[in-house]
Design a protein around this ligand. Sequence first.
Ligand SMILES: [Zn+2]
Length: 262
Amino acid sequence: MAKFSQIEKLAIWNAYKRKCFYCDIPIPRISNMHIEHIFPESLANKPQKFKEIKSQYDLPVDFDLNAYYNLVCSCSSDNWRKSNKIREKNVMLTYYSIAKEKEIIIKNLVKEYKNKLTGSKTLVSIRSILERKFLMPKEVVDLVHITEEMVKEVNNPLTITFTIYKEELDEIFYEWCDKCLDDITIRIQNNLSCLFAICEDNRNGEGYGVRIAFWGLDQQEFNENLGPKLLDWDIVEIMDFKSFYQRSAADLFFNLESDKDG
Ligand SMILES: [Zn+2]
């Protein structure tokens, strides 16, 4: 089975407008989304059959079963219904042409999310410059530049919204929400080295959602360390703070700093 990163899942889900490609029903929870292969992934293990299919369906010889042009967002019943079936040529080619258009959107979204995640190395570089006693003129210029960048970053961190849904409620909802907040906070603390602060949380009776601001989030650390530890948590949004709140996050940042000192 192909593995997809949280970012890829989020991009596919949003590119298909959070709806099932086959039946158009809304998929409000990313955890309920299935990533469906238009031409089944199992063809990878049947080279002869795959070759025949490619010529029969006019597919390019280097057709990649795990490329975005062969992946769609699907509900669980269609995922189950479709499984390994290959339908008649005109249907499959229609699917393929739609997915090919979505491929560009998915790629752009993945790039956008990744850019946001790698956005900030400033807090790290300022530390390394300040560790030295004497600065070269160029370094002073760099430092001024970095300080300006840092102010921008302090004002405008990346925010990520995490959600989790409860299957059955055998405890008081509010207490369950409190536990969820502790749980995600611990997962982040244990797996990321950057600073973060809770912006707000949402307890709407169906599940629990929390938006968290990150300063200097490292993409690789995020993908490799936190990603696999998220388990039942979904990422449903990646945005910069200012676009969302229309204000600076400086208060949040400095509260966080004083909390750490105190
Ligand atoms: Zn469906």
